[in-house]
Design a protein around this ligand. Sequence first.
Ligand SMILES: Cc1cc2nc3c(=O)[nH]c(=O)nc-3n(C[C@H](O)[C@H](O)[C@H](O)COP(=O)(O)O)c2cc1C
Length: 189
Amino acid sequence: MSGQPATAGKVALTGADRCRAAGCQHDAVTARPYDQAELRRVFGAFPTGVTAIAALVGGAPAGIAASSFTSVSLDPPIVSICVAHTSTTWPALRAAARLGISVLGAHQEQHSRALSGRGGDRFAAVQWRATSEGAVVLDGASAWLDCSIERQIPAGDHDIVLLRVHALDADAAVPPLVFHASQFRRLGV
Ligand SMILES: Cc1cc2nc3c(=O)[nH]c(=O)nc-3n(C[C@H](O)[C@H](O)[C@H](O)COP(=O)(O)O)c2cc1C
């Protein structure tokens, strides 16, 4: 309901007052306390795809899994990701001239796990290729983009990273991997 005051008889009521008068739990809904686990649960109700953000670092592929990928602008072509300040791989990726963004296919769930895991060679079981400028993209992905960082904007405990798109392609025959409620899923159609 709107928060605008409304006159009922001689009393000016706010939206919350009207709700209470109608017996609804307005305050209970809007003022419920929440913690980080609750934030994760509710943020996770929004289904996303999963991408691999990767580049050659010192001649070897480095990368992370990221579900925060979003398209931003068509002209100029810009996409975004959000990266946690705690990422130990991002400082090296950020320094790369080009970043590859691969939209993982439904068959690449293990790649997502590998690219977010601690320790070990994240690319050991991943088929990948690099562009001449060092962007790394995964073979068999639903789509890939070759990007460079345009801007990095601090936002709480993450940075919003805006990336300029230089080249891209998609394979409609490869269904995407879906991440929802902390679980990997597939499209039902
Ligand atoms: C499905 C999935 C999605 C993820 N999305 C993001 C993301 O959007 N941003 C981010 O910073 N980390 C994300 N992560 C975590 C990173 O993949 C990685 O685990 C984290 O950066 C820690 O590794 P690092 O210290 O090597 O950077 C995601 C992990 C998974 C499994």
